[in-house]
Design a protein around this ligand. Structure first.
Ligand SMILES: Cc1ncc(COP(=O)(O)O)c(C=O)c1O
Length: 372
């Protein structure tokens, strides 16, 4: 059977393989496995790419979020507002920082944080809000209620899925007081293992993130803060430098593939195609459609060798890991309904038109099985 994966990283790897090999050889020759030239060079290049003053590498995106929260002063007894429709890591980082996630619903079009819901969720204990640039488009940061800024509440951008996306011309990674991102292999800018980063314009906060990720240590064996070990791996920095140079081109290929899906699915009964918010340039980390009987559709498509996925099948407030928070079904109807309907179609730089046509053929016959 002709199978189509959800994500195929081989096209990207083929383009960077020689550079990566040469970069690895350089690191091995010198032996600077922690820190080293590649890490500082990548941090500078990524800061320049997003247009932030500083970038601090981390071991992964979840740590990056936790460090951003802790650098912003979030800790025990604080509340942090988080959308219910996100990957669990957004909320996990809040809990790990010692605070309580307060979930809010998302808008029914883009499935991004609903700014009006944020207003209702604010309390005296709210210390931060984490809008998530889910699926590859920037959240509507400028629509957050004025009271967020008035009360000195930190805005932390979860930009794990939006490398290179822009909103009204501004690049993801610059919208919050601090922004966290993930370079998990399947991300738009993906490493060959776990990696992440924090970006910010605030030098003091950047320094604080760096301190937290290095055992709270401003100098060897001095520990001024309770930190942990979360640094960007040197070999991953080699991969990321090479891939960053091609990110805009790969994002453009994603946009073209998304536009092709839009055309192929135009007017198709039973398939709701994704919505881009006005002002956004999407980078299509995921192309997420909505269908009824999603689990049946998913099974039929898998049986035909089409690697569709679900991001994410359980809204975070209903995951067992968050049960102590006391949320019940019915609280966030948009996120809950979406979780039953969303389906991510294969999309990656290098996907061919023939592959996309087959995805759409299989999708349409799975959505309307009686029409076969
Ligand atoms: C929205 C979101 N936030 C946070 C993370 C956490 O990143 P990581 O897997 O690198 O810890 C991810 C990625 O998995 C994500 O998609």
């Amino acid at each position: 059977m002709n199978t189509i994966p959800l994500v195929d990283l081989s096209v990207q790897h083929a383009q960077v393989a020689d550079e990566v090999e040469a970069g690895f050889a350089e690191v091995l020759a010198v032996g600077d496995y922690i820190g080293g030239k590649a890490v500082s060079a990548f941090e500078q290049e990524y800061a320049d790419f997003v247009g932030a003053r500083s970038c601090v590498g981390a071991a992964n995106g979840t740590d990056a979020l936790e460090m951003a929260l802790r650098a912003a002063g979030v800790g025990h007894g604080d509340e942090v507002v988080v959308p219910a429709n996100t990957f669990i890591a957004t909320a996990e980082a809040v809990v790990r920082a010692g605070a309580r996630p307060v979930f809010v619903d998302v808008d029914d079009d883009a499935l991004l944080i609903d700014p009006a819901a944020v207003e209702e969720a604010l309390t005296d204990r709210t210390r931060a809000v984490i809008p998530v640039d889910l699926y590859g488009q920037v959240a509507p940061f400028e629509q957050l209620p004025k009271s967020v800024a008035e009360h000195g509440i930190a805005v932390i951008e979860d930009g794990a899925q939006s490398q290179g996306a822009t909103r009204h011309g501004r690049t993801a990674g610059t919208f919050g007081t601090l922004a966290a991102t993930s370079f998990y292999p399947g991300k738009n800018l993906g490493a060959y293992g776990d990696a992440g980063a924090v970006t910010t314009d605030d030098d003091v906060l950047a320094q604080r993130v760096r301190l937290l990720g290095a055992h709270g240590s401003p100098a060897k064996y001095q520990h001024t803060d309770f930190g942990f070990n979360s640094r960007l791996d040197t070999l991953q920095a080699v991969v990321l430098r090479s891939k960053l140079r091609r990110l805009q081109e790969w994002n453009e290929q994603r946009r073209q593939a998304a536009a092709a899906y839009d055309r192929m699915l135009w007017g198709a009964a039973g398939v709701r195609t994704p919505v881009t918010l006005p002002g956004n340039e999407h980078v299509w980390h995921l192309y997420v459609v909505r269908v009824e009987n999603r689990d049946d559709v998913l099974q039929r498509m898998h049986a035909e060798g089409v690697g569709v996925g679900v991001h994410y099948p359980v809204p975070v407030h209903l995951t067992p890991a968050m049960s102590d928070l006391g949320y019940t079904r019915g609280r966030f109807p948009v996120s809950e309904r979406a979780a039953d309907q969303i389906l991510s179609l294969p999309l990656f730089p290098g996907i061919t038109t023939a592959q996309q046509e087959r995805v759409v053929d299989v999708l349409l016959s799975a959505v309307r099985p009686d029409a076969d």
